[in-house]
Design a protein around this ligand. Sequence first.
Ligand SMILES: Nc1ncnc2c1ncn2[C@@H]1O[C@H](COP(=O)(O)OP(=O)(O)OP(=O)(O)O)[C@@H](O)[C@H]1O
Length: 290
Amino acid sequence: MKVTFKGISKQYKGKYALQDFSAELENGIYGLLGTNGAGKTTLINIFVGILRSDTGQILINDVDARTLGIEFLSHIGYLPQYPQFYKNFEVMEFLKYMCELKQIPKSQAEKRVQELLEIVNLSNARHKKIGALSGGMRQRVGIAQAMLNNPNILILDEPTAGLDPQERIRFRNLITKFSENRIVLLATHIVSDIEFIANQVILLKDGRLLKQDTPQALVEGLKGKVWTVTATEEALDEKLHRLKISNMMREQNDIHLRVIDDEQPDVDAVNVQANLEDVFLYYFGEGEQW
Ligand SMILES: Nc1ncnc2c1ncn2[C@@H]1O[C@H](COP(=O)(O)OP(=O)(O)OP(=O)(O)O)[C@@H](O)[C@H]1O
């Protein structure tokens, strides 16, 4: 499976929400990473056909998505940023209803729903009302409905918002499980959602593609730019104003600062191994105010 975005732009009132976005996706997990307002949802909404782009083209296996008509939808599974569920539906009832909307034949629907309930570990909750589920369980219903038609492209918009750490881990594992032989596009502003599961990261800033690369290569690109600096309480204010700081840890009278800087920020600054959080701060963290 291959998806090609070619020069996609979208403006609202003369301001670009997305500008000349081009990228190529093959099977694997793609983390679409950007701050709030970067254009992630705009890109996804254009992709799934909720929005029309002003310019550009999306190709599915080199064929213009617009010429595919209804066939296009058979390729797509989609979990929106704010999924609206019918709260009075029971889990299984809801999934069966979604099968009907997706025109999955009745003869297959029952089996498919059972299978997915098993995979997302909701078999025991199949007769629970959706309104009575925890956030994590509801997101699992969301991903199950997105997988009903066995799509080869799975699109998830901020899927872990509101989940607790354990639910996040479960959800990430589920995504990895579903990523075999598929394209998964996962939009988020939370680095840990994708740090260890994404094969590629797409950095989106102010509607523009900044970089597309593997997490390892992005981290490697920051080699020599991440430092630890130790400060006393008295020296802290000056450093907070001068430096781009990704973390602070107090240890007795010392405060250890993790600093992102192209140059050695202080004479006693020591280089440390970068991580994807540092990459995020390096590209998106300008103008931090302390
Ligand atoms: N319907 C709209 N009308 C006007 N401006 C819009 C509209 N939708 C989005 N925008 C603007 O387009 C830009 C990109 O928004 P978008 O929702 O795609 O960002 P995002 O990366 O998904 O952010 P978030 O994580 O906050 O949803 C923002 O500046 C936003 O204010």
